[in-house]
Design a protein around this ligand. Structure first.
Ligand code: SAH
Length: 226
């Protein structure tokens, strides 16, 4: 276990106790907790933030973006309810940390990032650390990743004013989309959208959250695989 991970897991369990009446659970799936234990967060955090790598808080990663709070990463991964046979799409690669956590829990991860520099850095980092079941690319995740649809789960790590319709289309029936919904500086909620077998949707708001906004790329400048 990485030094610091033990304390981080304790802090995640403590936050689970405080929030259990809101999030409707008092434990996370064992595979999620194992992933939180195994993935070395300090590799995803800038040099000048190393002292906080295993603190249960978000940290700046440059370009005005953040690596999410570990508790929220664990919660979102747990809410997806996906397993080893599943292929999951993440929108907002950022540092690559959430993608790395997902890659320990599900079979295949696709992750898209809109800021070219972050997309390049996270692709290089994930390759260097040996995460072979993650494919990344630089593009506008509002439109998803249409080439490998449908997905067994979709996780969005930036807040949208409303759920992007292309992501609902790209979700398999019987599966879940986890997304923070709300304005940049206003009230945002972490929402779970479940697409039922008949294609109808159920929506559950889980917890108030703070995320950077989901931005858009002009449609004539779509990026490429990193
Ligand atoms: N999951 C990341 C958290 C990153 S913060 C991690 O574990 O580090 C959210 C990220 O979403 C930022 O990097 C931001 O640039 C990215 N983002 C915002 N809008 C986007 C869009 N339309 N498509 C893809 N990425 C987007």
């Amino acid at each position: 276990m990485q030094s610091g991970t033990h304390k981080l897991l304790e802090d995640i369990r403590a936050e689970l106790r405080y929030t259990r009446s809101m999030i409707g659970r008092d434990t996370f799936d064992e595979r999620v907790m194992m992933a939180m234990e195994e993935v070395p967060r300090h590799h995803f955090v800038p040099d000048h933030e190393q002292g906080y790598a295993y603190a249960n808080g978000p940290l700046p990663i440059g370009h005005g973006q953040t690596i999410s709070q570990p508790f929220i990463v664990a919660l979102m991964t747990d809410l997806l309810a996906c397993g080893p046979d599943d292929c999951v799409l993440e929108v907002g690669t950022g540092s690559g940390y959430q993608a790395a956590i997902l890659s320990r829990v599900v079979g295949q991860v696709r992750s898209v990032e809109i800021i070219p520099e972050l997309a390049r850095q996270s692709a290089a980092r994930l390759a260097r650390l040996g995460y072979t079941n993650i494919e990344t690319r630089h593009s506008d995740g509002y439109t998803g990743w249409p080439e490998s649809v449908p997905y067994d789960g979709i996780l969005v790590t930036a807040a949208a004013p409303a759920v992007p319709p292309p992501l609902i289309e790209q979700l398999k029936e019987g599966h879940r989309l986890v997304i923070p919904v709300g304005p940049q500086y206003g009230h945002q909620e972490l929402v779970v959208i479940e697409k039922r077998q008949d294609g109808s949707l159920s929506k559950t708001a889980v917890l108030g959250v703070v995320f950077v906004p989901l931005t858009r790329m002009p449609s004539d400048s779509q990026g490429e695989r990193t």
